[in-house]
Design a protein around this ligand. Structure first.
Ligand SMILES: [Zn+2]
Length: 222
């Protein structure tokens, strides 16, 4: 899952307005951030296999520390404790914001569950692995990703208000750009020169640009 993860960020922002949309954008992708940061160091691993699924070329064969169900609960718990106790984060909201951030982190695994092939470990790498495999359907995956993102955006637009043109339209335009970018990625031909490391660096860069845009555009809505 890629853009569909951001549905959870929009939805959580719509119920907890004190939470930062930019921070929620980071939180819903936190375990992917960590995964792509671990890959160049060999801590977690994946390889690119052409047409491994209908939608991408990812053989995600070792990532128990970021994409295990148990690990997801631990990362979510860590974020909750950090947000609720560290002074630097305390200024960004109360216990409800900490809970929203933790749920955002946890949402990642459950959304991944729908699309991944059975590669998500329940505990460690030797435990049973799960995944409902929607990635084997090209159209099914696109429809779900886009429907989730638009659904999340609609919740956000209903819960917040924008007065000037920037506040009214910019977030909608941003989501359209995200969808276009996603379509470009999934329809691009397999690049034989791409490596797990270059994919990791690119992914972290794209996630960060999305989060920065969310930080910026959310300021125009209250
Ligand atoms: Zn993931």
């Amino acid at each position: 899952m890629f853009i569909g993860h951001y549905a959870a960020a929009f939805a959580l922002k719509s119920v907890e307005k004190k939470a930062s949309l930019g921070m929620l954008f980071i939180a819903v992708q936190l375990v992917d951030y960590l995964f792509f940061a671990f890959v160049p160091f060999g801590i977690e691993k994946f390889r690119l296999v052409e047409n491994y699924t209908a939608i991408n070329h990812f053989d995600l064969y070792f990532y128990p520390y970021t994409h295990g169900l148990l690990a997801s609960f631990l990362w979510a718990g860590l974020i909750y404790v950090m947000w609720a106790s560290l002074p630097i984060f305390k200024n960004m909201g109360n216990g409800r914001v900490a809970l929203a951030m933790a749920l955002a982190v946890l949402s990642h695994w459950f959304v991944d569950l729908i699309v991944h092939t059975p590669d998500l470990p329940l505990l460690g790498d030797n435990s049973p692995k799960v995944g409902l495999g929607l990635w084997h359907s090209f159209m099914g995956t696109i429809l779900l990703e886009v429907a989730l993102l638009i659904g999340g955006l609609l919740l956000y637009l209903r819960a917040t208000k924008g007065t000037a043109a920037m506040g009214k339209y910019a977030m909608i335009i941003f989501v359209v750009i995200m969808i276009c970018l996603y379509m470009m990625v999934v329809t691009a031909p397999f690049d034989p020169n791409a490596t797990a490391t270059t994919m990791s660096v690119t992914s972290i860069a794209v996630f960060s640009i999305f989060a920065a845009a969310a930080f910026w555009l959310d300021r125009y809505r209250t």
